[in-house]
Design a protein around this ligand. Structure first.
Ligand code: HEC
Ligand code: HEC
Ligand code: HEC
Length: 115
């Protein structure tokens, strides 16, 4: 199973309502395709990776070439491996960055705005 990635090009400053708050969709946000094969999971909003938010905090080599191969869809990411502390879970563990607890689902999973 290959998790492909679509790069969505959005206008800077597009405002998307999320659970009462707002997020600013930025150029270069990456949207993961749902290919983990977990039954029924297609209905759940896709996961969004804001590259820029991370790039201002970390140098490229914090993530490339490991744990993330620098190629769209090259990494088989799922909640299972994240919870084991791999990929996003290396930081999104409640210490380095917000955890994958229920209250935080929508910070990563949200419908991307129309382009
Ligand atoms: C916090 C982690 C992180 C940092 C820091 C980071 N990246 Fe990425 N990058 C990712 C992830 C996650 C993907 C998506 C991988 C996938 O599709 O499986 C990605 C994908 C990419 C891609 C392929 C998709 C695209 O946008 O064309 C390129 C090129 C890339 N990164 C370059 C960079 C460069 C250059 C830097 C430093 C300026 C950087 N990255 C910093 C995590 C990071
Ligand atoms: C740090 C970001 C992040 C958080 C927080 C997060 N997820 Fe995910 N999730 C991902 C990524 C990345 C994937 C793999 C790509 C995809 O399928 O969207 C994923 C995949 C999934 C999938 C697809 C099937 C699977 O198991 O991989 C479901 C369903 C899911 N997440 C539900 C949730 C729920 C429910 C929560 C809150 C309890 C949550 N996620 C929190 C990033 C996150
Ligand atoms: C090298 C550490 C690191 C990795 C790996 C990483 N993140 Fe993050 N991420 C951070 C930090 C630090 C923040 C900002 C602090 C916070 O909000 O807790 C952040 C913030 C975010 C945000 C919130 C952006 C905003 O606008 O507030 C999202 C969404 C996110 N990450 C998703 C992901 C996903 C999805 C992955 C895996 C594909 C991932 N991150 C991998 C460190 C990381």
């Amino acid at each position: 199973m290959k998790i492909r990635l679509a790069v969505i090009f959005m206008l800077l400053g597009v405002i998307t309502p999320v659970g009462g708050g707002v997020v600013y969709a930025a150029l270069g946000d990456l949207v993961f395709e749902r290919e983990a094969g977990v039954e029924g999971s297609e209905a759940f909003p896709p996961s969004i990776f804001p590259h820029w938010v991370h790039r201002v905090r970390y140098r490229c080599y914090a993530c490339h070439p490991a744990p993330f191969a620098m190629e769209q869809g090259a990494n088989k990411i799922s909640m299972e491996v994240i919870k084991k502390g791999e990929y996003c879970g290396a930081c999104h563990n409640g210490r380095t960055a917000f955890s994958v607890e229920f209250k935080n689902c929508a910070r990563c999973h949200r419908e991307p705005p129309e382009d």
